[in-house]
Design a protein around this ligand. Sequence first.
Ligand SMILES: [Zn+2]
Length: 486
Amino acid sequence: MSRRLRACLAAVLAAACLSTLPAAASPDSASPFDPRPGSAGAGDPLFPTLGNGGYDVGHYDLSFDFTPVAYDFTGRIRISATATQDLSSFNLDTDGHTIDSVTVDGAAARWSLSPGSSGQELTVVPVEPLHDHRPFRVEVAYHGNGKDPRSGLTGWRYMSDGGFASAAQASRADTFAPVNDTPSDKATWDFHITAPDGWTAAANGDLTGTRPAGGSRTTWDFRLDSPMATELMGISVDRQTYLSGEGPHGVRLRHLVPEDQVATYRPIVEHTGEQIAWLEHTLGVKYPFSTYGVQIVRDGYGDALENQTLSLFGPNWFKNAATSTTYTNTMVHELTHQWFGDSVTPTDWQQAWLNEGPAVYYAARWADEQGTASLEDKMRTAYRQLATVRRTDGPPGKPTALGGFNIYDGGAVVLYALNQRVGEERFGQIMKSWLLKHRQANADSEDFIDNAVSTAHDASLRPFLESWLYGLDNPPMAGHPDWSTS
Ligand SMILES: [Zn+2]
């Protein structure tokens, strides 16, 4: 859901936005109907053609039928959206798919494919142009192969037994389905994943049931009631097993591990409940979703990713689990993202420090409290490195690319500096109000600064955070006059 629509909905009581509410589906007599193409990009500074303009998705319903080993798939996505301008055409992001049909409100629509900076643009021309605020439904049927040699298919992770998992961040959800692939357009989801009997499907949210699909295949139905950005899509089919449990105050836990490695991974995934409890206590904010779990894949993936309600891990993190608990730092990192990144989602990718800064920072606090690594030592080292990185890769709030030290440890240093400046109690209040104010929504760095200033009643935090986030030099570190700024 877009920020604009949310602002309007919030303003209903004040009657300030009544003329722009979705309910006002008839054309506004004050402004003439003027249909134009929706933008081919959502304005992301780092991915100019990622996402699209002119509409706001409320719900996705994805049917995805996958054949292991061969990697063939057929898909059908139903998108419930609302126009945010008069639309003559609009775009979806897609890549590597053969499009079979496109309808808008049940009527066949003209469509075309063209190259984008990350994947392709699917341009849809409805039979009749759409009025601003009008709800509409798009349905796209498509098929493809997960091992298509197209360079775009990097969101796919291939398991050695013939299964797959999705690691879509930042711009690869479009390799699984045509979507509005921007973090700023969050929507609720239904998933219907079909696989041959003997294989197990997973997706974000709750498994609501399974049903026979014919031909010795089963469809697995999932529902995610909390809005999610497309980048956090976590679907998979593999020889894997569900392990379920219960977290604090009834949070449903369901984990996925390779079916032949349950004994290895059960003791590891069982740490999850205590990690949720620790974060809830540290943040003062309850876990933001009804379900959580970790998915440990057999191979084919070596990273870790905060897919909403189902964090994804390569097996490499747990290799030394018998002798060391440092793998829990990574688990806490991805769990922290469920609050920072998944519930409160940056408006665009240049704001990614708002995801990674807190994830690194709270994982470092966890390690410090566990006695495995000192937070202060880590921040001292990171502070020194950030001084150099600011000039090569940009400061934490204005990175020139994704995935760098400036966003991760650099973002954590910004939070550490804020903590040093205002003290632990005030810092906790700032982070808590940030999470509550922007819960299940989008926010950016300026929102973060506004919240810090208003929560602490301290206008000086604005120039303070601006210099930390946007400056080309490290500001001095409060409380550590001995830390060199250069
Ligand atoms: Zn992260």
